[in-house]
Design a binder for this molecule. Structure first.
Ligand SMILES: [Zn+2]
Length: 125
């Protein structure tokens, strides 16, 4: 993959995540979850924004192989949607978005599908 390909993939992702980036509060962690979770994060955002049009995102990230999604100006039911999506992330490959499971390599917890896990093992050999 050339640098320009890599740039355009990143650019497409930025465009796709624009609704999230537009409501990120400056000075916090920003949008930092792995790309395999983009779809479930955007689905969560669609649900939240329908109920809380003013809600803001402090940070999205991966921790212990699962999504963390931190927000502001939201109450009640919104947190149930967030929790549901954090649970989904534990079964969704963080690299490609296919069904995955939690992997423990002794140092790091990651949620990967079988293919991405195999690629990772190959890369390590
Ligand atoms: Zn994968």
């Amino acid at each position: 993959m050339s640098d320009s390909d890599r740039f355009s993939i990143e650019h497409v992702r930025q465009e796709r995540l624009k609704p999230l980036l537009d409501r990120t509060v400056k000075g916090y962690g920003g949008i930092a979850h792995p790309r395999g979770w983009d779809t479930i994060v955007l689905e969560l955002h669609a649900k939240l924004v329908a109920i809380y049009p003013e809600y803001q995102i402090l940070q999205t990230k991966e921790k212990f192989g699962a999504l963390r999604f931190y927000v502001r100006d939201m109450v009640g039911n919104g947190f149930a949607f967030i929790e549901e999506t954090e649970e989904r992330s534990k079964k969704t490959c963080e690299n490609c978005g296919k069904p995955g499971k939690l992997r423990d390599d002794g140092h790091w917890l990651t949620t990967l599908c079988d293919d991405c896990q195999e690629d990772r093992e190959k890369a390590r050999r």
